[in-house]
Design a binder for this molecule. Structure first.
Ligand code: ADP
Ligand code: ASP
Ligand code: MG
Length: 445
């Protein structure tokens, strides 16, 4: 008897008809002789709607209360799905994150799972029931007033993988509204191809760079505990994408330079203009942001005048309201000239383990953008990715052009890139981002 964790995303449980279909699939899996643990998200756009309601009151609502609010979405889904399964005559129980033993730290709205205590789930499974656990939510460990927490957008994926790890499940199936992981978001690149398999490392990079099909933290958990993930459609039975440790057996001799193209529009750019050029300044600014648990992504420092620099960085747009308060305070203390904020930027990236051995890949990407007349504001690289910050209005065009260049053309992108220049680029002294081993380049001029 296998133990299978099945996670259904918001669109898969959006209405009564879809809930019934999910219930049927779960019951089918159970009747095939498997133990089944189900994780569900809030229905349809529920989470977005709840966030909007809070923001109608204030742009920066208290994070604890946001958790109280957002956790309700998943609680509706678990109960409705349990009712639907009960109608099919199968024993079932729904559990909140707390009842399911999902313990987290106390960072409201971006909590991390610190422990999964699976006793209750195991007991219910032992009693022959299908167990449904609310995704996205957890509870702080005892001694901290049992606060309800949420795991950040897309957090139900992480609940599912963490439970699968704790239960030593045979498979964690992520059911969603696309048939698997594609070479780019299939909603914007019609020619994107479904990948039969992808390594944890590349999937982690793609997820971190905007491929929302899996939450990055879920992939991290899966990699650490060796949980195989099957990303597939809840609307069909076709096989999806397996995320696992890939071996030469899987990849064969064929070298793939670029595995996927991703984009992220949840990006905001902040520029501190005219900050004093002396030791400790970057530490002050980024220390203050870190204290607020705000992740900084790209960082570039440029020097225009003597003794004064401009410091540019990007963060998630969701964090901008809070970051703005923090940065403006520090900027004033440091005597900076101005703070500029820009919410019209986006990040496009290429990901691929084959990139390490292929010089010229980055150049080919810059060239694809140049051919469309798309200006690159900031570049960052690591061994298996290259990211460019561009104007948000050009993002679809950019992703399509880059996809065409690397994943549709027969011409070898590496060879192409080497024969042409990508324009002037100057390596800047980045102040060091959260991503270790990341190189920063800003366009000269
Ligand atoms: P769910 O509600 O099921 O969790 P999400 O909206 O979080 O679904 O994730 C699925 C979406 O991820 C797809 O609809 C698709 O638009 C988007 N997506 C982005 N990049 C990719 C990719 N490379 N492969 C597949 N889907 C992607
Ligand atoms: N409902 C949450 C969200 O919309 C969690 C999830 O769907 O995974 O982000
Ligand atoms: Mg999701």
């Amino acid at each position: 008897m296998a133990l299978i964790v099945q996670k259904f995303g918001g669109s898969s449980v959006a209405n009564t008809e879809r809930l019934r279909r999910v219930a049927e699939r779960v019951v089918r899996t159970r009747r095939a002789g498997n133990q089944v643990v189900v994780v569900v998200s809030a229905q349809g756009d529920t989470t977005d709607d709840l966030i909007r309601k809070a923001k109608e009151l204030t742009p920066n609502p208290p994070r604890r209360e946001m958790d109280m609010l957002l956790a309700t979405g998943e609680q509706v889904s678990i109960a409705l799905l349990a009712i639907a399964i009960d109608c099919l005559g199968e024993p079932v129980v729904s559990l909140t994150g707390a009842q399911g033993g999902i313990y987290t730290d106390n960072v409201h709205t971006k909590a991390r799972i610190t422990r999964v205590s699976a006793d209750r789930v195991l007991r219910e499974l032992g009693a022959g029931k299908i167990v449904i656990v609310a995704g996205f939510q957890g509870i702080t460990v005892s001694g901290e007033d049992y606060e309800i927490t949420t795991l950040g957008r897309g957090g139900s994926d992480t609940t599912a993988v963490a439970l699968a790890a704790a239960l030593k499940a045979d498979m964690c199936e992520i059911y969603t509204d696309v048939t698997g992981v594609f070479t780019a978001d299939p909603r914007i690149v019609p020619n994107a191809r479904k990948l039969a398999a992808i390594s944890y490392g590349e999937m982690l990079e793609m997820a971190s760079l905007g491929a929302v099909v899996l939450q990055p933290r879920a992939v991290e958990f899966a990699a650490v505990y060796g949980v195989p993930i099957h990303v597939r459609s809840s609307f069909s039975d076709e096989p999806g994408t397996i995320v696992k440790e890939l071996t030469v057996m899987d990849t064969g001799e064929k070298e793939v330079v670029v595995t996927g193209v991703t984009h992220d529009t949840n990006v905001a750019k902040v520029v501190l203009v005219g900050v004093p050029d002396r030791p400790g300044v970057a530490a002050r600014i980024f220390g203050a942001l870190a204290a607020e648990r705000i992740n900084v992504d790209m960082i570039v420092q440029t020097t225009k005048e003597e003794k004064s620099t401009d410091l540019l960085f990007t963060i998630s747009r969701d964090d901008l309201a809070r970051a703005s308060q923090v940065v403006r305070k520090v900027a004033q203390e440091l005597g900076a000239k101005d703070v500029l904020e820009d919410q019209t930027v986006a990040k496009v990236s290429i990901v691929g383990a084959g990139m390490m051995m292929n010089p010229g890949v980055a150049a080919a990407m810059f060239e694809a953008l140049a051919e469309c007349g798309i200006n690159i504001q900031v570049i960052s690289t690591s061994e298996i990715k290259v990211s460019c910050l561009i104007d948000e209005s050009r993002v679809v065009e950019a992703v399509r052009a880059i996809h065409r260049r690397f994943l549709e053309d027969t011409l070898s992108p590496a060879d192409e890139g080497q024969t042409r220049t990508a324009g002037e680029a100057e390596v800047n002294a980045g102040a060091g981002s959260g991503n270790s081993g990341t190189g920063m380049i800003s366009r000269a001029g």
